[in-house]
Every structure is written in C-alpha cells, then in structure tokens.
Design a protein around this ligand. Structure first.
Ligand code: NAG
Ligand code: NAG
Ligand code: NAG
Ligand code: NAG
Length: 295
C-alpha cells in the first residue's frame, strides 16, 4: 500500500522537478478546540532534517496569507535561508484579532484559539517531522498577545518566544467573557499589578504545571499609541516573576540591537528590548529573534 507520506514525498519531488517553489499551504489538522482557527504551513525547498519550527502569529486585520506575504515580516526569508518550517495560524474571529480575552483561550485546553494553535504545533511535529525540542514562536501586536498567552497555556510545547508590541498574558481579559474583545484598560496602560500578581495570572492558566517554560524576549516601542508602553514593564514583571528572577537587569546593552534600542537581560530566560521613539508595532528583526531562538 502506498502511504500518504510517500505520496506527499513524491509530490514534493515532482513539484521540485517542475521547478515549482515551496508555497504557503493550508492544511487540515486534528483540532479538538471550539476555535476553528486555520493552519497554514510553509516548508522551504531546502528543509533541513528534523527541522525546527517557528510559529508566526499575525496581528489584527491580517491573516496567515497576508502576514506571510507582508514584506515587513521576514520569516519566510529566514525559513528559506536556514531550512526551518514556519507555521502560520489564521484567526477565525471577526476583525481577525486573536482571542486573548475569553476564559476558554486563557486556559489550557479550554477550547479557544490557544488550544487550536497548540493542536497545529502537534500536527506540525507529527505530520511534518518538526523537532519537538525546537519549537519557537513570534508575533506582532495581537500575535504578540497570543504569544504571551501560549507561553502561559502551553509552556511544554515552546522553547523560546519573541514577541513584538504586545501585552502581558491575561491583561486583555474580558470580564463578560467576550471572545477576542478589546480591553481599553490594558491597551491604555492602566492595567498595573505586582510581579507576583502577574505571575499568578500565568500560573493559573495551567495550574500545577512545574515543567520547563519558554525563554521570553519582549520588544516594545516607547511611542506606541495603540498598546501603551507601560505594557512592556508589566510583561517584564510577569515573566521575571514566573522565572523567579529579580526585576533588576543582570546586564544592559544600550544602542543594541540597533541605535536607540536598549536590551535588558534578566538572567538567561527573560530579555526586554525597548525601542526608543518607535511606535506600534516594532518591526521584526529576524536576526535578533533567530539569535534568541538559537537558529
Ligand atoms: C485535545 O487534544 C490534546 C492533544 O492531543 C489533548 O492533550 C487534550 O486533552 C484534548 N483536549 C480535549 C478537551 O479533548
Ligand atoms: C480589562 O482587563 C483588566 C485586566 O487587565 C480587567 O481587570 C478588566 O476587568 C478588563 N475590562 C473589561 C471591560 O473586561
Ligand atoms: C510536577 O508535576 C507532576 C505532574 O503533575 C507531578 O507528578 C510531580 O510530582 C511534580 N513535581 C514537583 C517537584 O512538584
Ligand atoms: C537586528 O539585530 C541584529 C543583532 O542581533 C543587528 O546586528 C541588526 O542591525 C538589527 N537589524 C536592524 C534592521 O536593525
């Protein structure tokens, strides 16, 4: 019997002979979540053996396809150059913001978008042979918010996260249970809490979890008029507390990775990059995020 995977292999070889390049492809995946987010995948022509996987989560008003072809989003080039697979989830919600507000997405296996994306990651590992020990996630704006939520709900699936211009996990909560609801208190920078309280928000999303967690790289612009810059410090408070480290940087690099940016390290697992004078959203720096991922 000819297996499905050998048909796929033959097809890839045939496409290669025809000179057709790799493309972003929508795939069905085993999804037991209520959320019907779409899974799109990009397997580069020169994919490496047991490839790393980078999950790239789009912003509001975008989609997997739009984000993939956005010239400011460099992950396709990274994938082509280094041979890792990229996974592009596409939001099912009106306005295409991710659901980072309802209880079902803010809890492990609660049925929301976070669970749908976790299912996509498992499918990328099981069906596309991605290395489960090298799964990384990046995203901008709503995608960055989802990055923080996924780091809290599925810490066992991710090794490192690099988020641009988001808010802490659980900051956009909707008191009335709204799905993908906007939250002015958080976006305006008025959602302030102690590091311990923010850490508890994360721990409560996956109670009892005591395994490893992804290292977190947090980018934010000082002139962000959409998600107030205060969210940067609140997010740093959250993850330093989760990792049990001080909120005083262990090292600071001025004008790094570029002029007017400042990089603060909080031990090995938390890094904040504050972009002075930059608005919403900080442009993705492929080199710096790949470096954080070890790619
Ligand atoms: C959904 O699938 C995941 C992965 O197989 C599993 O861990 C989880 O328990 C399932 N959740 C539900 C609600 O069935
Ligand atoms: C917005 O989020 C904050 C937490 O950041 C929460 O306390 C507040 O209730 C939320 N607002 C609404 C209208 O749900
Ligand atoms: C960690 O959690 C697992 C599974 O819930 C449990 O079996 C184990 O005893 C826990 N370990 C510690 C050190 O708490
Ligand atoms: C991105 O970061 C790298 C360091 O990781 C730096 O060398 C480079 O200049 C940055 N790129 C841009 C466009 O600033």
């Amino acid at each position: 019997m000819v297996g499905f995977s050998s048909i796929v292999t033959a097809t890839v070889v045939l496409l290669g002979e025809l000179g057709l390049a790799a493309q972003l492809t929508k795939v069905n995946y085993p999804n037991n979540a209520t959320s019907k987010a779409e899974m799109w995948i990009y397997v580069p022509d020169k994919v490496v053996a047991s490839p790393p996987l980078v999950v790239v989560v789009h912003s509001c008003q975008s989609s997997a396809q739009a984000y993939f072809s956005n010239s400011k989003i460099p992950w396709r080039q990274g994938s082509d150059r280094k041979g890792y697979i990229t996974l592009w989830p596409s939001s099912p919600n009106s306005g295409t913001c991710w659901d980072v507000s309802s209880r079902r997405s803010l809890s492990r296996n609660g049925g929301g978008d976070s669970q749908a994306i976790a299912n996509m990651i498992l499918h990328a590992i099981g069906r596309y042979g991605a290395d489960r020990e090298r799964v990384y996630l990046t995203g901008g704006s709503s995608g960055a918010m989802m990055g923080n939520v996924l780091a809290a709900t599925y810490p066992d699936l991710l090794k490192a996260v690099s988020v641009y211009s988001g808010v802490p996990a659980g900051c956009f909560v909707s008191a009335s249970g709204g799905v993908a609801a906007w939250n002015n208190t958080c976006s305006g920078g008025q959602s302030r809490a102690s590091a311990e309280q923010w850490g508890n928000v994360v721990r409560n999303m996956y109670p009892g979890y005591n395994g490893s967690r992804p290292k977190m790289q947090i980018w934010h612009g000082s002139a962000d008029g959409t998600l107030a810059p205060a969210n940067f410090q609140e997010t740093i408070k959250q993850w330093t507390n989760v990792f049990g480290v001080s909120q005083t940087p262990t090292s600071t690099l001025r004008n790094y990775p570029q002029a007017n940016y400042q990089t603060d390290n909080y031990g090995e697992n938390v890094q904040g990059i504050y972009a002075n004078g930059v608005g919403h959203s900080v442009p993705a720096n492929l080199t710096a995020s790949e470096l954080w991922f070890g790619l």
